[in-house]
Write a protein that binds this ligand. Structure first.
Ligand code: BDP
Length: 718
């Protein structure tokens, strides 16, 4: 009888645990370790916790460890005050822990820096211990998350020799959140920041957000949209921001705000916002002082100026450097920084928008204050499914540059398409700029090692909102995760990142891990194929950027699709060679020469740099037209492959998330078809060639695709 109840209990436990997973816990699920041998290994290796220190950071790190081990190992691990037996985890700094101070860790700790940590097996008074040591409590916290990750991903802990420190100093999310809680390019509900309820009520979600970020090393959060509202700088709002900062602080996360350049006029009642006007500079100084009174560790400002209608120094015939330096002087006495965006736009349509940032910023190299970083999007246009790396990387040696990556899938299928973005980030970070000769990847520019910069940073435009699972698509959580891991270490591989994430988020069963990993690693190229193969770009429908819109030809020229694809009866593509806009000249040699010639230009960027005849023969032996059709078609077919691979994963995944992803993949297939058929039919009006054999023929006429309206896509339907 008892046995029967036991079995019943166990099966209910398993059924409910397989069913009830709404995604809220992200990658911090701490699932029980089911492998008996491994469990025995962990239980043998861990017998007590000795967390030393009194700060709230240490407290939360020790609670995290306790709670994590409890669910993973199924046992409460006691906090102890002495090392009396084997298997004590000693966590702390040389200041807080006599044991750590007594071990010979000086060299290793020196390398760990402010936020790094070491995790080692060691001995103390003949007992085996595990050390998690750092120079700061924040470092200890990061070490704890790393240790828990080892167990989450089922690794052995008998030989630990981990030394890890972040390769960038400031690792932050940029929230494009408005004060009314709408989120620009947000596809996961409303903003997490509930300004009406702040500062009195700061709910649990703020904490959970900070904890998730801390677990992947993110240490800053820009709370507000780059298209900024000056109201955030008024006293009442600063008090609200301070309430958020108080919750984030123990997790080593600083808050930053976007600064609207015209704020001195809008909320300061000045007549001008001219950065060289002493009254204006004084206003910003006082504003900074006021902010720091509320938030002593305020991070600083992010600024979008003279871009897409935002005010900026150029309104007063001043340069970006004049504007950035004025703000930098205001925050410098408090240790703050200014992140000035290079995503700038002229009011006049340029001959090639891809060249603009470089043209405006390179002459300013050396003119920025020490606490200014220039924030540069990964590519020269705008977060496209594929772009070459931004030519500014490596071109401003005297100025620290930070990359801005987009985590939210503005051009990559909103929160509906399964697109793992780590390969996109990795492609940019590993691109060789040749700025310091061969072997100078973007990662080396931004981690400061190329030009000896101390101030280094990386920003990701957040995909987080208040939906239950944070990001809408369950797999979109992986993009948040990947950004954090790459900001810590820009040399990590997408494959390693995917591996950890799958194990923590879904399952440790190797068969499933391998299958899902392949899906993730291929997913970005699949999206490129059904959206913008062969270097096409910015042919999304204007406004929502979700579906195709190669026919868009109205409005400001460099916001239309025809400006970018330039299809005509001869061929297609934007000529950026020396015979065209000469954007290639912005790259170092030999990169520019490689891009300059069709024969050497990577085919996946061909139409980015060249206007290519429809009959041009590609390396496959096929004509450009045939190859383009084939890629569009293979994009759709690959989405079906994603569906079938996901189907094979069913037994390893809880029901709720399995069904959710399955349903999303159905929509993704529908939309990939809309992309393929709409684009092929439209470009066919120029190529006048037949759709090659073996490719599914469009079901509808071009007119249908041009007038298609989505009614079921988060963030864009209404
Ligand atoms: C574009 C977005 C727009 C942003 C802009 C920016 O469409 O919503 O405001 O970038 O980065 O990608 O400033």
């Amino acid at each position: 009888m008892v046995r029967r109840y036991f079995i019943l209990f166990i099966s209910i436990f398993f059924i409910t645990s397989l069913n009830a997973e709404d995604g809220y816990k992200l990658w911090l699920r701490y699932e029980p370790v089911s492998d008996i041998q491994l469990l025995a290994h962990y239980n043998k290796s861990i017998s007590g916790l000795m967390f030393e220190g009194t700060s709230s950071t240490i407290k939360l790190a020790s609670e995290e460890m306790k709670a994590g081990l409890k669910t993973m190992l199924g046992a409460e691990i006691p906090q102890v005050s002495y090392v009396r037996k084997n298997g004590i985890i000693v966590a702390g700094t040389p200041e807080s822990s006599k044991i750590i101070a007594s071990l010979k860790l000086k060299d290793k700790l020196a390398k760990a820096g402010d936020e790094g940590y070491i995790i080692l097996n060691s001995k103390y008074r003949h007992r085996r211990i595990i050390i998690i040591a750092a120079n700061s409590d924040a470092g200890v916290m990061y070490g704890v998350f790393h240790f828990l990750r080892l167990i989450q991903t089922h690794q052995s802990i008998s030989v630990l020799a981990i030394e890890s420190s972040p390769k960038t100093k400031v690792r932050l999310l940029n929230h494009w959140d408005n004060l009314n809680r709408s989120v620009e390019r947000g596809y996961a509900g409303l903003s997490l920041w509930n300004w009406d309820k702040l500062p009195d009520s700061v709910g649990q979600r703020y904490k959970d957000y900070a904890r998730a970020n801390a677990s992947i090393g993110i240490n800053g959060s820009v709370l507000t949209n780059v298209n900024a509202n000056a109201l955030i700088l008024t006293k009442d709002y600063i008090a609200k921001v301070a309430a958020i900062a108080n919750v984030f602080r123990p997790y080593n996360i600083k808050v930053y705000l976007t600064a609207r350049f015209s704020a001195p006029i809008e909320i300061g009642k000045l007549k001008t916002a001219d950065p060289l006007d002493p009254e204006v500079a004084d206003w910003w100084k006082k504003k900074a002082d006021e902010i720091y009174e509320f938030i002593p560790d305020f991070g600083g400002f992010l600024v979008k100026a003279n871009s897409e209608g935002q005010p900026g120094p150029q309104n007063y015939n001043r340069s970006h450097a004049d504007g950035a330096d004025m703000l930098a002087d205001a925050v410098a006495p408090h240790g703050g920084i200014v992140m000035w965006r290079a995503f700038v736009y002229d009011n006049n349509v340029p001959d090639d928008r891809a060249k603009q940032a470089y043209n405006e910023f390179v002459p300013l190299d050396g003119k920025f204050r020490k606490n200014v970083l220039i924030q540069v999007k990964n590519g020269p246009i705008d977060f496209q499914p594929r772009e070459p790396f931004h030519p500014l990387f490596g071109a401003m040696p005297k100025t620290p540059l930070m990359p801005e990556l987009q985590i939210t899938q503005e051009y990559l299928g909103s929160s509906v398409h399964l697109v793992f973005l780590a390969p996109l980030y990795e492609e940019c970070l590993k691109s060789d700029t040749y700025a310091g000769g061969r072997g100078t990847p973007v990662a080396k520019v931004i981690d400061g090692t190329l030009d000896d910069h101390e101030l280094t940073a990386m920003a990701g435009v957040s995909n987080i909102g208040n939906v239950r699972n944070w990001t809408g698509h369950p797999f979109a959580q992986a993009n948040w995760y990947a950004f954090g891991r790459l900001a810590w270490d820009p040399y990590m591989t997408s494959s390693d990142i995917a591996d950890e994430w799958i194990r923590m988020t879904f399952t440790n069963r190797n068969e499933a891990v391998e299958r899902i990993k392949k899906m993730m690693l291929d997913s970005r190229e699949i999206a490129v194929n059904y959206m913008t193969p062969l270097g096409l770009h910015h042919i999304m429908y204007s406004g929502h950027h979700y579906g195709p819109g190669p026919w868009v030809d109205r409005g400001r020229k460099d916001w239309t699709a025809v400006y970018y694809h330039r299809a005509d009866s001869v061929g297609i593509g934007f000529d950026r060679t020396s015979k065209g806009s000469d954007a290639v000249a912005q790259y170092f040699k030999p990169v520019r020469d490689i891009f300059e010639k069709t024969e050497t230009c990577p085919e996946n960027l061909l139409l980015w740099f060249h206007h290519v005849p429809w009959d041009y023969k590609l390396r496959s032996g096929r004509t450009l037209w045939d190859e383009m059709c084939l890629r569009y078609d293979s994009g759709v077919k690959s989405v079906r492959w994603l569906q079938s691979e996901w189907g094979k994963s069913k037994e390893f995944i809880d029901n709720e998330r399995y069904e959710e992803v399955k349903a999303l993949l159905v929509k993704q297939e529908r939309d990939a078809k809309i992309w393929r058929d709409g684009c092929i039919l439209y470009f066919q009006t120029f190529s006048k060639r037949p759709i090659p054999d073996g490719i599914e023929k469009p079901e509808k006429s071009l007119d249908f695709y041009e007038n298609y309206r989505y009614t079921d896509i988060p963030g864009i339907s209404r």
